[in-house]
Design a protein around this ligand. Structure first.
Ligand SMILES: [Zn+2]
Ligand SMILES: [Zn+2]
Length: 248
């Protein structure tokens, strides 16, 4: 423990020292960012910014064109206070209304929120971003995440993508056709906390970031693992979520 503390202090000191010995660092950094802004403008002039989805010309980089924008089913209130499932009716001023599934069995996470409904269009957008062919979608996607997750982000003490906090212990077969209880069994014990992240979780409110919430079984398993590791509460923010009419 003491050794660990020492190691951290030493690295902090050495960082402070290296910063002190290079007084030009801040100005170098600002020059660099000015240069990259300039390079960005230059590229915009040579190559006009394109819609990251359909490649038509748009006003500024990282923006979707109107027709693509209109294909996105953005999610918002009214929705289930727990899982974020959008409601087709407005429960009015009643706060924290739950969908049927969450009312019967409250998920281990506190709140799950998503930017958009999962469908053909959002799937293509997210896959292209994940596979790195369209990193120009990053500014739009991160802006949307910040807007949809405003409350969750404000309350969070630890914010991390799932793969930064948890490791898979076993391969799980696809969840697609399984029943709700089979899906839960399927992912039970599938994750554990990264040894290096365990210490930072105790007593903290954690916000997990993931790309898609499908059945919810996976994030539920992740939330259970984090709570067992000492997290105070877990919220979940995803780019998309599957929206199905309630079947049960
Ligand atoms: Zn477009
Ligand atoms: Zn719900």
């Amino acid at each position: 423990m003491t050794q660990r503390g020492d190691a951290i202090n030493t690295s902090r000191e050495s960082r402070a020292l290296s910063a002190a010995s290079m007084p030009s660092t801040p100005s170098t950094l600002s020059t660099l960012s000015t240069l990259s802004t300039l390079a960005g403008y230059a590229l915009d002039i040579v190559l006009p910014p394109q819609c990251p989805s359909c490649n038509c010309v748009v006003e500024s980089a990282g923006m979707l064109c109107g027709p693509c924008w209109r294909q996105i089913d953005f999610l918002g209130a009214p929705m289930c206070g727990a899982c974020g499932l959008p409601f087709s009716f407005d429960p009015g001023l009643v706060k924290d209304v739950l969908c049927g599934a969450c009312a019967r069995h409250r998920p281990p996470y506190e709140r799950a929120r998503a930017v958009m409904a999962y469908g053909d269009f959002s799937r293509k957008l997210i896959l292209a971003f994940k596979h790195g062919d369209r990193t120009d979608t990053a500014p739009a996607l991160s802006r949307w995440l910040a807007a949809s997750g405003r409350d969750l982000i404000a309350d969070a003490e630890v914010i991390a993508p799932v793969q930064d906090l948890l490791v898979r212990r076993k391969r799980t077969p696809p969840q697609g056709r399984l029943s709700r209880s089979a899906r839960r069994r399927n992912v039970r014990g599938a994750f554990k906390v990264h040894a290096a992240r365990r210490e930072g979780l105790a007593g903290r409110r954690v916000l997990l970031i993931d790309d898609v919430l499908t059945t919810g079984a996976t994030v539920q398993a992740c939330a259970e693992v984090l709570l067992r590791a000492g997290a105070k509460a877990v919220d979940v923010l995803t780019l998309a979520r599957v929206v199905r009419a309630e079947q049960e």
